[in-house]
Design a protein around this ligand. Structure first.
Ligand code: A2P
Length: 327
C-alpha cells in the first residue's frame, strides 16, 4: 500500500489506516505501523531500514551483511571510501539473495567529482559489489578535492557538472536513483537552482537525538527529498549516552522494546530512512525489529531531541576546506 505523508510517499505492506491531525508545530500522521519502504520520485521503493557499513572493518562486514540478509534486511548502505565494497559484494553473492531484491547504495568520493572521473569511479564500485547497477548513488560530500591537492573551489561551490554526469549514469542504466549526502539547506538550494533533469531523490545526513535537524527534515519533506539518517544511534562516541537517556529507557520499558529499537523506530516515524551500523550479529537482527511508537511517546522523544542545543558528531570541514561546510 502506498500513501502520502508530508510530501514523501510511503509504502507499507500491511499499513493500517492512520489518523491525521494538525499539530502545533507540524502536520503529522498517527502511524499504527511503520512504513517498510518509501517511494522515490522514480517510483522505486527504498526499504526504510538499511545496514550501515561505515566503520565496519573488512574482516567483519561480510558476516554483518550475511546476517542482515538472513534476518530480512534488503538494503545495504555503503560507499567507495569505506574500503569494504569488495567484502560486501562477496557476502551478497554468498547469500544467494537475488540482486534485484536488494537495494544497494554507494557514494561518489570527493576525489572523483571531476566529470571524467565519475564513470570510472562508479565502474570500480560496481565491479567490487559484483553488480551492473546501483539502486542509489550519492555525492558523498559537498566537496571536490583530489588527494594531496587543494580543494576545487568551482566544483565545490556548484557540483552541477558532477550532477550532469550522474544523470548520464542514470540514462545509461548504471544507476537507478541519484542523490547527495551531507548537504545542508543552502547547498541543496544551490544544486536545485541548476536546470536539473533529475532532482536529488535523497540526502543522507547525520541525524540522531543530538542532531535532530528539524528544519532540514521539513525542507526535505517540502521538496520531496527523502532524508537518510546516518549515525542514527549517535555513532560510536555517543551510543552509550543515547541509550542511557531517561526518555529512551522509559519508552523501551513501556513498549517492551530495546533502547536501540526505540531510537531506530523514532527515526522511521520522523519520515527518514535509518542506517544503523553494527557488526554484532545479535544487534544486526535487533535493529530490524522496529515498531511505531504511540504519538504521546513519539512526541516526548521528539521534544527531548529538540530541547537541547544541537551537537554534530562529524564535521571534517577543516580536513578539506577553509570554511565550515555546515555553517
Ligand atoms: P557494533 O558495530 O560493535 O555492534 P551508529 O549507527 O549511530 O553509527 O552507531 C553504531 C555503533 O552503535 C556501533 O559502535 C555499534 O556497535 C553500536 N550498535 C549498533 N546497534 C546497537 C544496538 N542495538 N545496541 C547497542 N549498540 C549498538
Amino acid at each position: 500500500m502506498v500513501t502520502s505523508f508530508a510530501g514523501v510517499r510511503y509504502a507499507s505492506k500491511n499499513r493500517l489506516p492512520g489518523r491525521t491531525f494538525a499539530g502545533a508545530r507540524q502536520q503529522r500522521r498517527t502511524l499504527t505501523t511503520l512504513p517498510s519502504h518509501y517511494v522515490l520520485p522514480s517510483g522505486d521503493q527504498i526499504p526504510a531500514v538499511a545496514l550501515g557499513c561505515w566503520r565496519s572493518a573488512r574482516d567483519d562486514v561480510g558476516e554483518a551483511v550475511k546476517t542482515a540478509l538472513k534476518a530480512g534486511y534488503r538494503h545495504i548502505d555503503g560507499a567507495w571510501i569505506y574500503g569494504n565494497e569488495g567484502e560486501v559484494g562477496q557476502a551478497l553473492k554468498y547469500s544467494g539473495v537475488p540482486r534485484r531484491e536488494v537495494w544497494l547504495t554507494s557514494k561518489l568520493w570527493n576525489a572523483h567529482k571531476t566529470p571524467e572521473d565519475v564513470e570510472p569511479a562508479l565502474n570500480d564500485t560496481l565491479s567490487k559489489l559484483g553488480t551492473d547497477y546501483l539502486d542509489l548513488y550519492l555525492i558523498h560530500w559537498p566537496v571536490a578535492k583530489k588527494d594531496g591537492q587543494p580543494y576545487d573551489k568551482t566544483l565545490t561551490a556548484d557540483p552541477y557538472p558532477t550532477w550532469q554526469k550522474l544523470e548520464e549514469m542514470v540514462a545509461k542504466g548504471k544507476v537507478r536513483n541519484i542523490g547527495v549526502s551531507n548537504f545542508n539547506i543552502p547547498k541543496l538550494d544551490n544544486l536545485i537552482a541548476n536546470p536539473l533533469k533529475i532532482k536529488p531523490a535523497v540526502n543522507q545526513v547525520e541525524l540522531n537525538f543530538w542532531l535532530p535537524q528539524p528544519e532540514l527534515l521539513e525542507y526535505a519533506k517540502r521538496n520531496s527529498i527523502l532524508l537518510e539518517a546516518y549515525s542514527p544511534l549517535g555513532s560510536e562516541g555517543k551510543v552509550k549516552e543515547t541509550l542511557a537517556l531517561p526518555e529512551v529507557q522509559a519508552i523501551a520499558h513501556e513498549m517492551g522494546m530495546t533502547r536501540a529499537q526505540v531510537i531506530i523506530s523514532w527515526h522511521i516515524q520522523r519520515g527518514t530512512v535509518v542506517l544503523p551500523k553494527s557488526v554484532t550479529p545479535a544487534r544486526v537482527v535487533e535493529n530490524l525489529q522496529v515498531r511505531a511508537l504511540p504519538p504521546a511517546l513519539f512526541d516526548k522523544l521528539e521534544a527531548a531531541a529538540r530541547a537541547h542545543p544541537p551537537s554534530r558528531g562529524l564535521n571534517p570541514s577543516t580536513n578539506w576546506l577553509d570554511y565550515d561546510m555546515f555553517a
